[in-house]
Design a protein. Structure first.
Length: 599
């Protein structure tokens, strides 16, 4: 009879490393399903039991050792599929520090691959045969591939790892080099240890426990921190099967994700806020099956950017008839530098929303008000920490601690905080070794995110470096973007980027909005711009100096779907944004001032 391990036993009570957790599963539950890949996000194409995954990882560890790569570094370059999981675990068995990277399809992706390989000082790239052939055919003459050796791990001989016993990794050994998304600057390699991973899984399980009959259903890219934890580490250490699909399968038809949760009785699934909005839209358009059953879904983790109350409310209401419980929506907050999750709403409680005065928030104050009041703005709680992780709100300039309901930078300390950035001692000391003024004992991670604490719960308000300052007031770009997106029917969620530029005389507010042909055929570009301008004026009492309409897909995003505002700003300054229409309207300060005086 199979003896099941509890999540606590596998994550922290017995196992000290990720390979040890898999080895325990392979002994105690050898024939239980570990991972399943869904072809086109629908039909099971391949599956792995714990025994099969353990053996496949040993095979790849032996091959890596024979190639002289043990204790070294490699890049992982895999499409969505189970070979990524096999190769990742093989690297961990052989104590190879792996840096997962998205498979490049365009020049920009190829440049990112090379930048990461150079930063990590890597010359070996593990991949599949299909990707290897494609890269060599399409980019073989490009300098970005020069000096890189591509190895097809699918060609690893089955049974190569029989009897292989390499040096065991330790808890503080490097398990992964998680490169940051680049949404806040140049990508940097975050050094994640086995202890970091297991601690993050343990904290996730404390807030969002996995039932014995649970399952994870994920479309998130596995090379990204959110996809890595929810798609691989959480199910592996918790002992529940993971049903994986390619991100493109979800983007092309969001209903596939929910239908898979219904079919395979998913208990845990995570996504950025915009994904839930896409599902609501797909339901309204009749693109999701009417008979789905979401009653098994107990944790719908919602993170990546500040979570929108509209997304939480609309998804919960839209899918209540499918059995989705209001308590299942679990907003959270995390980042790669903390392995991933830092805070989260408890699985058995409904999300908390706090209505605040937007005018006061721009001045750094948190003033509660009633829902629907003029100038009222809803903020969704990102939940709480668990024992072991310490959270502080700090004034970033003076580094003094802030009090209850005072906005400041979010600082974290605990076992999930990574050891630093790879080969960047000065940046690591600044980011991972911060100390609160007047205190000398605890070193904190500076997240670069702004927020405040109310009744023990964290509320994230934005990025420190993205804040737009006008006339001494702080404006958060996501609020401006939400006003723009919400005003014109047909605009997609997550379709706007707001940032400021200095024209030599003053700071100007630029708003770039993606608008497809259907919107512009129904409304002229001039009308769309005027509607957006009026919405921002009404919502933030702020006039954009320039509104640029671009085609769908033009705005740069990270692999998890987050807007890259700085990258968008750089494209704007370089004149590289492609307009959706022949002319883009510039709404000058003088013109808007004339309109204000007319009112």
């Amino acid at each position: 009879m199979t003896t099941h391990l509890s999540p606590q036993e596998s994550a922290v009570g017995i196992a000290g490393t990720v390979p040890e957790a898999l080895r325990l599963r392979s002994v105690k539950e050898p024939d239980e399903t570990a991972f399943v890949f869904l072809r086109d996000g629908e039909e099971p194409e391949a599956a792995l039991t714990y025994r099969e995954l353990h053996q496949a990882a040993l095979d790849r560890a032996a091959a890596l050792t024979d190639a002289g790569l043990a204790d070294g570094r490699v890049v992982l370059l895999y499409p969505s599929g189970l070979e990524f999981v096999r190769a990742l675990l093989g690297c961990m068995y052989a104590r190879v520090a792996a840096a997962p990277v998205q498979v490049p399809t365009r020049q920009r992706g190829l440049v990112r691959l090379r930048r990461i390989a150079d930063d990590a000082r890597v010359t070996t790239v593990l991949t599949t045969g299909a990707v290897k052939r494609d890269l060599e055919e399409r980019f073989g003459d490009r300098p970005e591939l020069a000096g890189l050796t591509l190895i097809d791990t699918e060609a690893t001989r089955e049974g190569a790892g029989a009897g292989w016993t390499g040096p065991e990794p330790a808890g503080d050994d490097v398990a992964l080099l998680q490169y940051t998304s680049g949404s806040t600057g140049d990508p940097k390699g975050v050094v994640i240890t086995h202890r970091n991973f297991l601690s993050n899984v343990a904290e996730t399980e404390e807030l969002w426990p996995s039932p014995s009959d649970g399952a994870v259903v994920s479309w998130l890219p596995l090379f990204h921190d959110m996809g890595m934890l929810f798609g691989i580490m959480l199910p592996l250490c918790s002992g529940v099967p993971a049903y994986l699909m390619a991100p493109d399968a979800f983007i092309r038809r969001p209903g596939r994700w929910l239908e898979a949760i219904s079919r395979f009785h998913g208990s845990h699934a995570a996504a950025p806020s915009f994904a839930y909005e896409l599902c609501v839209r797909a339901l309204a358009e009749g693109k999701i099956a009417d008979d789905i059953d979401l009653s098994s879904w107990r944790v719908a983790a919602n993170g990546a950017e500040p979570v929108r109350w509209h997304a939480v409310r609309s998804f919960t209401e839209a899918f209540a008839k499918a059995g989705f419980a209001a308590t299942a929506m679990c907003p959270g907050y995390g980042l790669a530098e903390n392995t991933l999750k830092a805070t989260g709403s408890r699985w058995d409680e409904e999300p908390t929303v706090l209505w605040v005065a937007s005018e006061a928030l721009t001045a750094g104050r948190v003033e509660r008000c009633r829902a629907g009041a003029e100038g009222a703005q809803p903020l969704v709680s990102a939940g709480v920490t668990v024992p072991g992780t310490r959270l502080r709100i700090v004034e970033p300039g003076s580094r003094t601690a802030r009090g209850e309901r005072q906005v400041g930078e979010i600082w974290l300390a605990g076992p999930c905080v990574a050891t630093g950035y790879l080969d960047r001692p000065e940046e690591s000391a600044e980011t991972f070794g911060a100390r609160v003024a007047g205190e000398s004992t605890t070193a904190y991670l500076r997240t670069g995110d702004l927020g405040f604490v109310h009744d023990g719960e964290l509320y994230v308000t934005g990025r420190l470096k993205d804040v737009i300052i006008r006339n001494g007031r702080n404006f958060y770009p996501q609020d401006i973007e939400l006003s723009a997106e919400s005003t014109v029917p047909g605009l997609q969620p997550n379709c706007a980027a707001a940032f400021s530029v200095d024209d030599g005389n003053q700071e100007r507010l630029v708003l770039v909005v993606e608008a497809d042909g259907r919107v512009l055929r129904r409304l002229s570009s001039e009308v769309v711009r005027e509607l957006i301008r009026q919405a921002v004026r009404d919502g933030q009492r702020l006039d954009p100096d320039e509104i640029v309409l671009v085609r769908r897909g033009v705005l740069p995003r990270t692999t998890s779907g987050k807007l890259q505002r700085r990258a968008c700003r750089q494209l704007y300054l370089a004149g590289e944004l492609k307009a959706a229409v022949a002319a883009t309207a510039v709404l000058t300060t003088a013109a808007t001032a004339t309109e204000r005086s007319a009112r």
